[in-house]
Design a protein around this ligand. Structure first.
Ligand SMILES: *[C@@H]1O[C@H](CO)[C@@H](O)[C@H](O)[C@H]1NC(C)=O
Ligand SMILES: *[C@@H]1O[C@H](CO)[C@@H](O)[C@H](O)[C@H]1NC(C)=O
Ligand SMILES: *[C@@H]1O[C@H](CO)[C@@H](O)[C@H](O)[C@H]1NC(C)=O
Length: 430
């Protein structure tokens, strides 16, 4: 160990926090005393120092990943780093946590897009991921490549917004969000002819987000395929809504407003345990939030004088004054819950069931989330807590179901889409 890889902290600072916490599990620390002043110093290696500060800011998993990536980059001799690709957009917190996936590891790209928006195209692809530290074996992973149309400045800014928000959301290992696996840069045009990848996909796009591929697609389509229209659907529905609420809670906890919650941005997947010996066993499908492209860190005031996303999910304050907040995300979520309930009713009525029932907890959620006054909407943490309580305390088959006239529910939804008026417009019918 050379002198230059040591950093010093004055002993005072380590006496004020538990020594155990600092020394932790790397065993790279020592203490020393300055014989002249009698002052004590704590010596730590720079990687150790970085590890501990990352662990304090994020958590243990993230800080471990940081070091694994350093080792993997050396092992695989990764020639290019994200800092070179992103240039001035590269942020210090990406260092060794954001993966630049080498183009040759993308072994297949489906030429027909699975999604196309005004801001970019999404292609399904296969990533042949070599065996990394902590993985049981090399793996082929289905991924979604999300591109920009043209690598112009504005597009790059949009790309960076999405990258930034996805990165921030995923740094907390946001179990409720689509996983950001890395970024991909296509090689110069002349290299395409020697690859077996469809050239049309690569002609205009150079930079991609590499995201987890959601096996079951959007939530409404999935529920429409799998629900039966019977009462046994409700626990399933509540579980998916709970996933969604947990995902949004993570996003909000990271200081991000999603701004574009709608059914197309909530995907369902049967995740596998990547890199694990038993990975072939898919887990229970879960709902995940995707498309953080409009998501923004709340402290960035310079953005956002425009309406984003699907108007049906806009809270009144967005229509009136373009004011996005965590509460406007909660509004959109309430609206989405109503859509999900409507799918169950549709299926039930296809099966000849006339009466409309709704679990009380969902009815309250729909109404409260769509309160015209943003400050009266519940916070996402309150919603998560309520759903958790319902899932814990009730045997799922004795949820309190309330019969409701769909038109009554509809009137609550459309009423709250108008300007706030009066104060008692959203009492819950009992
Ligand atoms: C870090 O976060 C992930 C996801 O929330 C969690 O599974 C893991 O247990 C956390 N690790 C620690 C040490 O808290
Ligand atoms: C559900 O599926 C049926 C049959 O495929 C279709 O007619 C209906 O529009 C779908 N509903 C929704 C809400 O997607
Ligand atoms: C806010 O957004 C602008 C425009 O995208 C960007 O240049 C700036 O760095 C952002 N500031 C923060 C604090 O994120």
């Amino acid at each position: 160990m050379t002198k230059s890889c040591l950093s010093c902290l004055v002993l005072k600072s380590f006496l004020s926090s538990p020594l155990q916490m600092i020394i932790g599990d790397i065993g790279d620390c020592a203490i020393t005393k300055d014989p002249r002043t009698g002052e004590w110093f704590l010596l730590q290696t720079i990687p150790g120092f970085r590890f501990r500060s990352l662990r304090n800011q994020q958590n243990h998993t993230t800080s471990l990943q940081y070091f694994r990536n350093i080792v993997d980059n050396i092992r695989f001799g990764r020639p290019q780093q994200p800092s070179e690709v992103l240039g001035r957009y590269f942020q210090p917190n990406y260092k060794n946590l954001l993966n630049l996936i080498p183009f040759q590891e993308i072994t297949y790209i489906d030429p027909s897009p699975i999604g196309r928006g005004d801001k970019g195209v999404v292609h399904r692809a296969v990533w042949s991921c070599p065996r990394k530290i902590g993985m049981w074996s090399a793996e082929t992973i289905d991924v979604a490549l999300k591109s920009l149309k043209v690598p112009g400045t504005q597009d790059l800014e949009h790309f960076m917004r999405e990258l930034d928000a996805s990165f921030a959301a995923f740094q907390s290992k946001a179990i409720g969000c689509i996983e950001l696996l890395g970024i991909l840069m296509t090689p110069p045009r002349e290299a395409h002819s020697i690859s077996n990848r469809p050239i049309s996909v690569l002609q205009t796009e150079t930079l991609f987000l590499v995201l987890e591929f959601a096996t079951e697609g959007s939530i409404i389509g999935y529920l429409n395929r799998t629900l039966t229209g019977q009462q046994s659907d409700w626990p399933v529905i509540i579980r998916f809504i709970s996933n969604l609420a947990n995902g949004l809670e993570r996003v909000h906890d990271q200081g991000i407003i999603h701004r574009d919650i709608h059914p197309g941005n909530v995907l369902v997947t049967s995740r596998k345990d990547r890199g694990m010996p038993n990975r072939e066993l898919p887990r229970e499908p879960i709902a995940l939030i995707s498309d953080l492209g409009e998501g923004q860190l709340i402290n960035n005031q310079s953005l956002g004088r425009a309406c984003y996303g699907d108007p049906r999910y806009w809270a009144p304050e967005i229509r009136n004054s373009n004011t996005y907040s965590k509460a406007s995300d909660v509004y959109a979520m309430g609206r989405l819950v109503a859509d999900i309930v409507a799918v169950n009713w549709q299926i039930a009525s296809n099966n000849g069931v006339v009466s409309k029932l709704i679990p009380q907890v969902l009815l309250e959620m729909i109404v409260n989330c769509q309160n015209p006054f943003p400050e009266r909407r519940p916070s996402i943490s309150e919603i998560c807590q309520t759903l958790e309580d319902v899932r814990m305390s009730e045997k799922h088959n004795d949820l309190v179901l309330i019969p409701i006239d769909p038109e009554v529910l509809q009137s609550f939804i459309s009423q709250s889409g108008n300007e706030p008026s009066g104060s008692s417009s959203s009492e819950i019918p009992t």
